[in-house]
Design a protein around this ligand. Structure first.
Ligand code: G3I
Length: 302
């Protein structure tokens, strides 16, 4: 196959990208995005601050722009993200205790209700683990009680039973890291107790401090063995090594329950890291990079 999406589809997987609503008027951007990718994640537009700027007043205009662009072009959508310590609107930042817990529940119901039946998978909870030590990150949500994550998942299952429900985080790619083990133990516990979770998102932002490691395949296999799908949800590789990109793709292809890969942007110039990091598959002029060729070839079976 000659595009990323079609090549991934040969094994029943998807290949996606983050889309920014503000770039949908850039035809160079939309031409590549529409041609190459068959899954879309809104880079910012479905986050808490964007969708509920005032308590109880939901705003879906920019989220819908991304959703509608995807749907009109035949692409599925991952929802990102419902419960997160970051990008909370001011009103939510100032809440605590039971009123914050209720606001989280109301937010999940409001956003998932709006997109009910339209989302392939939701990142229900994002980045809840601390960067070191293997425990939870301190946050206003965590201070509402350790059960906030399972409450979020149970709420989400009821709000849209058709959506896969994911836990999504960064630096859980390296199997030997305490953070990876902390998330693994949470998912194992959820599966053992019947808390509804369907997938784990490995963000996979690789850089000098958190480089790709060959135990990545072990991480994917280990999560999958718990009975959840694994999705690579925000892939970018600082420097854009073609070899590393191919390794990532081959590690996903090696695990049946690794269902798809999303890169966190289209061109280097679209990356949150800045164009200088050269972390994506297309350069700032929209040309295919060596990493693109390596990914396409791996998806096509090497
Ligand atoms: O929308 C405003 C705009 O009005 C204003 O003029 C401009 C000035 O700085 O800021 C704009 O908002 C920025 C927004 O991106 C849209 O460009 C925010 O300041 C900026 O913080 C925000 O950054 C996003 C970041 O998440 C925020 O946490 C990045 O685009 C986005 O790529 C990044 O994505 C995260 C994932 O959601 C979770 N995992 C990590 C990943 C990378 O940080």
């Amino acid at each position: 196959a000659s595009t990323l999406g079609a090549a991934a589809a040969q094994s029943g997987r998807y290949f996606g990208t983050a889309i920014a609503s503000g770039k949908l008027g850039d035809s160079a951007y939309t031409t590549i995005a529409n041609r190459e990718f068959n899954m879309v994640t809104a880079e910012n537009e479905m986050k808490i601050d964007a969708t509920e700027p005032n308590r109880g007043q939901f705003s879906f205009s920019s989220g819908d722009r991304v959703y509608n662009w995807a749907a009109q072009n035949g692409k599925r959508v991952r929802g990102h993200t419902l419960a997160w310590h970051s990008q909370q609107p001011g009103w939510m930042q100032s809440l605590s205790g039971s009123s914050l817990r209720q606001a989280m529940i109301d937010h999940i119901n409001g956003v998932m209700g709006h997109y009910k039946g339209k989302i392939y998978a939701w990142d229900v909870v994002n980045e809840a683990y601390a960067d070191s030590g293997g425990g939870r990150r301190d946050s206003n949500l965590q201070r509402t009680g350790n059960d906030w994550i399972e409450v979020a998942f149970r709420t989400a299952r009821t709000a849209d039973p058709a959506a896969k429900l994911c836990y999504n985080d960064y630096n859980i790619d390296n199997w030997t890291w305490a953070k990876t083990q902390g998330v693994y133990n949470m998912v194992r516990d959820f599966k053992a107790r019947g808390v509804p979770i369907d997938c784990v998102g490995l963000q996979s932002h690789f850089n000098g401090n958190s480089p790709y490691n060959s135990n990545y395949r072990t991480t994917i296999q280990s999560f999958a063995a718990l009975g959840v799908d694994v999705q690579i949800t925000e892939l970018d590789i600082q420097g854009g090594s073609a070899t590393t990109y191919a390794n990532v793709v081959n590690d996903c292809l090696a695990v049946a329950r690794c269902t798809g890969i999303t890169t966190w942007g289209v061109r280097d110039s679209d990356s949150w890291l800045g164009a200088g990091a050269a972390p994506l598959l297309f350069d700032g002029n929209g040309n295919k990079k060596a990493a693109y060729t390596a990914v396409l070839s791996a998806l096509n079976g090497g």
